[in-house]
Structures are given as C-alpha cells and as structure tokens.
Unconditional design. Structure first.
Length: 325
C-alpha cells in the first residue's frame, strides 16, 4: 500500500465526507463540489456508515467509473444518486452477470444484480420442475411461482379454533384484532403465523421461546394483555425471566441480557469482558467505554468548544451531550 493510500485511509476516519467528495470530484467534472457533498451527505448517513463508505472508495476508487461489484450497498446507492443529480462521468451500478446498467439495486452478498440475474433456482417440491425459487411453503420447502401454497381457510377461523381448544371462552373479535396487530399489512406473514400455531399450540401456553416467527410473541403479548385466560407469556429459556424475548440464539428466543452475555469478548484496549460495541480496523472487539473514549469518535462541540462525543447534529455543527438543547 502506498503512502497516499495510507493517507486516504486515515482521512476516511477523520473526514469521510470530505474524502468521498474529493474522490468523486476527481472523476466527475460536471457537478460542483457542493452538489457532490450534498449527495454524499444524504447517502453516507452517520459516522460509522460514512467511514465504511470512504474506506471502500479509497481502496477501490475505480468503482466510480466501472460501476462493478463486489462493493458495499452504500456505494451502489451513491452511484445511483450521483447519476440522478446529473453526473455523466460516474458509472451507474452494473449487473455482475449480464453487465446491464441498473437504476435500482438487488444484492446477494457484495454483488449487484438486475431483476433477471442472480436468482436462486432449484427443483420445486410441488411440481418437480427446476425453476426460480419464489417462496417456501408452510413446511419450509422450496416452491416455484406456479405452485403457491394455497390455504382457502380464513386465518381467523383457524386461529380461533386453536385458541378455543385451550380456553373455550376466548372472544373471537379480540383474537382477530390481536392477529391483525401482530402483522399489519402482511397477510402472507399472518398466514405463516397461523400455520405455526396450528402445528404447535403449545407456543401459546409457555413454549413461545420456540416461536419460529417473531410476530408470534407479539400475538401472545396482545392476547395476554386482553385477558385471554390460559395464554402465557414465555420466559427466557436461559435466565427464566418473563421479559421480552425476541433475540434468536441456538434455535430459541432469548432476552437482550442473555444475547449480550452470549457475545462477550475481551476488549483489546482495556481488557474488559463485555459485548463489543464495535470493532477496530483489524476486526478486534472494542467495548462501549473504549468506543466513547476513542479520539477518532469525538468532535468539537459548537457550543462549548470541547472535544466530546456527538449527541446531536444541527445546521451549525455537532453538539455534545452536556450542551444538547
């Protein structure tokens, strides 16, 4: 790596927006620096994302002119927005298989595809034809779009029958309302929720930590709050507390504390054993305290003039937690 490369990677931490703007301006002569900076600011987002974007561009600036992946999603978004702003020298993203210029992105890993390429093909379990995979049926098996897993039953009737088998005095309207609140505007997901509960009604009576879908836990909470008897909120299978459990771990759903304990690593700077807040350039874990104390993550507050963590950003610049309005 050259000295210039080292300087660029250092600037990717200290001034990511400025580095991205300069890299784009070196290629694109039709857009002014302020226009480029406005596009970069809109796409790059917060400090962490802007640094990743700047590092990726510093490592391979040629993506600005060839539009080819593998590359992070943010670079593809930046190319698209620059083209919308009137850039002529900047390449749009191109499909990794057919080379088609893209106006929207579909990704698999770090590669970009058009709407035709990049789809998984497999043998449909219903018709046996090798086609593009459209979805999975209620058993998790692959199907093509010609073989939908139809269920003509009303999901509310099905789930009402399941729940009245547990608590006969359950109110149908309460159940219907809870079902719609659990997965609003997603009827196909609601159908999967119903299938899962029909297959294993014990999820409603204490085994919710085995729920295959997160919405099932929301559904249980709503029924419990509505006073539906015999419906039990599940306890965390690790600490046995009855709290929110929506984090998947080894095929079960656990609470936030237990998922944090499962991720404990030793901080490379202070040696504390905690869940990493971030990782350094070598991928080593850093604890929350070291993240806050890192000079690279501090900026000069526009109110007090001290170098502190940023609490909020205003048109006039960053403001620290002590001076936050």
């Amino acid at each position: 790596m050259t000295t210039a490369d080292h300087l660029d990677l250092g600037r990717a931490v200290a001034d990511p927006t400025g580095l991205i703007t300069d890299l784009v301006a070196d290629v694109e002569k039709e857009l002014g620096a302020e226009t480029i900076r406005a596009v970069v600011t809109a796409v790059a987002g917060g400090r962490a994302k802007s640094r990743r974007l700047a590092e990726a561009l510093a490592m391979r600036p040629s993506v600005l002119t060839d539009g080819r992946s593998p590359a992070p999603r943010a670079i593809g978004d930046l190319l698209i927005e620059l083209r919308k702003a009137g850039a002529s020298e900047i390449s749009p993203p191109v499909c990794v298989e057919c080379g088609k210029k893209l106006r929207t992105l579909q990704r698999q890993g770090q590669d970009w595809y058009c709407s035709v390429c990049g789809h998984e093909t497999a043998e449909c379990t219903a018709c046996g034809t090798v086609r593009r995979v459209a979805f999975r049926d209620r058993k998790g098996l692959l199907r093509c779009k010609m073989c939908p897993d139809n269920d003509d039953r009303d999901p509310i009737d099905v789930i009402y029958a399941v729940i009245t088998g547990i608590t006969p005095d359950a109110d149908r309207d309460v159940i219907a309302d809870a079902l719609h609140q659990s997965a609003p505007h997603r009827p196909h997901y609601r159908q999967r929720l119903v299938w899962a509960l029909e297959e294993n009604p014990r999820l409603l009576t204490g085994e919710g930590y085995l729920a295959p879908h997160r919405a099932i836990l929301r559904f249980i909470d709503l029924l419990h709050e509505a006073g539906v008897t015999e419906i039990a909120r599940p306890a965390c299978p690790h600490c046995h507390r009855v709290v929110r459990i929506d984090k998947p771990l080894d095929g079960q759903r656990v609470c936030r504390n237990c998922i944090a304990k499962s991720r404990i690593e030793e901080c490379v700077r202070c040696g504390a054993r905690r869940e990493p807040a971030t990782r350094d350039a070598q991928g080593r874990p850093l604890c929350p305290g070291c993240l806050i104390r890192d000079p690279a993550n501090r900026e000069t507050c526009t109110v007090c003039g001290e170098s502190r963590m940023v609490s909020c950003r205003t048109p006039g610049g960053p403001i620290c937690p002590n001076c936050r309005p």
